[in-house]
Design a binder for this molecule. Structure first.
Ligand SMILES: [Zn+2]
Length: 221
């Protein structure tokens, strides 16, 4: 559904199965963030279509990380026409242990060329400037995608509403996760769009959320 301006939010609300939240930035950007599992992609595209967005409109797919519940659905896109982005560190991970994770779930790694490998720093997506921030801990090359103009952060599975991403998958690291979350807590944010559970709207609420996590959850990581 349309959230605000050019931002569309597709929250995953079915607690009986796993998939991620997906986000779309329209306007001059036209980027889908985390397509989710392949089996749910048709439903996502239908929801987007109902919001006036066609599959052909999508120019970028930004993958916050390589876990199947975020990334597998890229296999239904045409890599000749869509830029498929992932951090270089996550790409290396996916070629090794990260790829083996797919086998554990009885599925195969999408046979796609990641034709837009990401580094830390500023990138242009269409006519808007974003910042890629590598935030390891949940996976080695997880990214936060920060949109300074909107003070918005797409945080993947690193930070959630009153919770954090798990660190018990291969490539997870609790110490790094904490460092990453502290890094994110320094950003000037008005909108936090996590990979699971609800989004957080408002500077104070986001600051409170980081404080709650640092005080109550960090001691257990
Ligand atoms: Zn994940």
């Amino acid at each position: 559904m349309k959230f605000r301006d050019d931002i569309y939010v597709y929250e995953w609300k079915n607690y009986f199965d796993n998939n991620c939240n997906s986000y779309y930035i329209g306007g001059g950007v036209q980027a889908l963030i985390d397509p989710g599992l392949t089996r749910y992609l048709p439903d996502l595209l239908k929801q987007m279509f109902n919001d006036g967005i066609k599959k052909d409109d999508i120019r970028y797919i930004i993958n916050t990380h390589s876990h199947p519940d975020h990334f597998q659905g890229v296999e239904l896109f045409d890599q000749e026409v869509v830029k498929i982005a992932m951090h270089r560190k996550e790409l290396d991970f996916l070629k090794g242990v990260g790829g083996e994770l797919y086998g554990l779930f009885g599925i195969t790694v999408p046979q796609m060329q990641i034709n837009m490998p990401l580094e830390d720093g500023s990138i242009m997506l269409g006519d808007q400037k974003f910042k890629v921030i590598c935030i390891p801990g949940h996976s080695p090359g997880s990214i936060g995608l920060f949109w300074p103009e909107k003070k918005a952060l797409f945080s993947g599975d690193v930070v959630f509403l009153q919770n954090v991403g798990r660190t018990d998958f291969p490539g997870g690291n609790g110490g790094l996760l904490k460092k990453s979350i502290v890094t994110l807590s320094d950003l000037d944010l008005e909108l936090l769009f996590p990979g699971h559970m609800g989004m957080i709207d408002g500077h104070e609420k986001i600051a409170d959320n980081f404080n709650i996590i640092i005080q109550n959850i960090f001691p257990n990581i």
